[in-house]
Design a protein around this ligand. Structure first.
Ligand SMILES: NC(=O)c1ccc[n+]([C@@H]2O[C@H](COP(=O)([O-])OP(=O)(O)OC[C@H]3O[C@@H](n4cnc5c(N)ncnc54)[C@H](OP(=O)(O)O)[C@@H]3O)[C@@H](O)[C@H]2O)c1
Length: 390
């Protein structure tokens, strides 16, 4: 057992394919062509590095680490012989893998299979990062490990930090849509995450949300700032992907989509582009900024989107302007959203129609995505197939 008040120590061991120890985080290292080839670097928790010994020919050294196996209540001494001087001779590599806790550094994506979270998870995986999905319902993107994490149930907040062999280094935070202000719960989770060694938080905010406002997202954003944590607030404008998420059913079934926005010009951004920004933030050593607006490459109206969808899908798609009441009814009845959330969204559309998203256009401070609505529609064409009409 590790003595009380004696925290585990992290060491990094890099192994060549030939199982030679190339270097460790305590400063020993060797560079021998015999051990060239793929190198894996892993972090381990040990109770202590207790010393090293040098062989009689001064050709190798032994790194001694102590580690405890709780179940056996036994102390182990692990020796790893490493070369200190050339020429290299008789490397006596004694390395008891099973007595060390191997740790995989991982990134936690909260919000289950959300639009943005799913894209970030896949992009991180493609970049060889280990990803864990925090999910309320168990609906997670295919091919990912998950853990129960429900923002409304604080008994689940420790779960990501209890996974054996996994150390969460960064977290993507999605506040649950449909709740008026869940910020106290998220703040509680942030404290738990920070005390468990999480180093960076990436928060999904929005282009129109300010840090000093009274929204739930603003309060979480301000908390990350006040706590002087390493964070980045993603501030995307409206998603092109809403045409699938909010309007896909209507387009598939009725060749139309509804809004209260006859005039709005919006620099629509695709979720894939937001994912690319998040990926860069997660992978960078240091963030120079703590937030940035993310907009798309064109300022576009919903009528223009209807024209593009008509051309790409090969059938007439209509943008139907309805009253706020009709749209609220559609969002709450057809899509099943809570009434107050449907009302909030419809009100947001009214602000956008008055020009609230258009004003970001041309600001050099923004991050500009490249994917156009047409490119996005081509990429997602299959998802608009009128299956119910066949
Ligand atoms: N749409 C836009 O144009 C736009 C523009 C700018 C910013 N945004 C921001 O983007 C947010 C939505 O992001 P998104 O589209 O990626 O999300 P999304 O696809 O709507 O997914 C929402 C997720 O929240 C999860 N969730 C709901 N309640 C939860 C709870 N109590 N605990 C844990 N998870 C819970 C759901 O998981 P389950 O499946 O497990 O229920 C679901 O996967 C908005 O709220 C807004 O802040 C949107």
């Amino acid at each position: 057992m590790r003595p009380a008040g004696h925290p585990p120590k992290r060491i990094t061991l890099s192994m060549s394919a030939a199982q030679g120890l190339l270097h460790n985080s305590d400063g020993y290292h060797r560079d021998d062509p015999q051990f060239s080839g793929p190198v894996t670097t892993r972090e381990y928790l040990v109770d202590d590095v207790v010393g090293s010994s040098v062989t009689k020919k001064a050709a190798s050294a032994t790194l001694l680490v102590k580690t405890s196996v709780e179940s056996a209540k036994t102390w182990f001494v692990v020796g790893a012989a490493i070369q200190t001087n050339k020429p290299f001779e008789a490397l006596t590599f004694i390395y008891y893998h099973n007595t060390l806790d191997q740790i995989t550094m991982s990134i936690l994506i909260t919000g289950g299979a959300s639009q943005v979270g799913s894209v970030i998870a896949q992009q991180l995986k493609d970049a060889d990062q280990n990803v864990i999905i925090g999910s309320r319902s168990g609906r997670v993107p295919q091919g990912f490990e998950s853990v129960k994490l429900d923002w409304m149930d604080d008994s689940t907040f420790q779960n990501p930090f209890k996974i054996s062999g996994i150390d969460i280094k960064s977290v993507y935070l999605l506040l649950p849509p449909g709740y008026v202000d869940p910020s106290d719960n998220i703040k509680q989770f942030i404290d738990i995450a920070a005390s468990n060694g999480v180093k960076r938080f990436v928060l999904l905010s929005g282009s129109a949300v300010e840090k000093d406002a009274e929204f739930g997202i603003s309060k979480v954003w301000k908390y990350l700032d006040e706590k002087k944590l390493d964070y980045f607030a993603l501030r995307p404008t409206w998603f092109i992907d809403n045409f699938l998420e909010f309007h896909g059913k209507d387009i598939r079934e009725h060749d139309e989509f509804k809004s209260v926005m006859p005039n709005a010009k919006i620099p629509l951004i695709s979720v894939a582009e937001i994912g690319r920004v998040a990926l860069k933030v997660f992978l960078s050593d240091k963030n120079e900024r703590t937030d940035q607006r993310i907009i798309g490459p064109e300022l576009i109206t919903y009528d223009q989107v209807a024209d593009i969808l008509t051309e790409v899908l090969g059938r007439k798609i209509t943008h139907k302007v309805v009253t706020p009441e009709e749209l609220t009814d559609y969002y709450s009845k057809a899509l099943g959203w809570p009434l107050n959330y449907a009302q909030f969204l419809v009100q947001a559309e009214q602000y956008v129609d008055a020009g609230s998203e258009e004003r970001w256009w041309g600001n050099p401070e923004n991050i500009n995505g490249k994917e156009t609505v047409r490119e996005w529609a081509e990429r997602n064409k299959i998802n608009f197939a009128p299956a119910s009409k066949v």
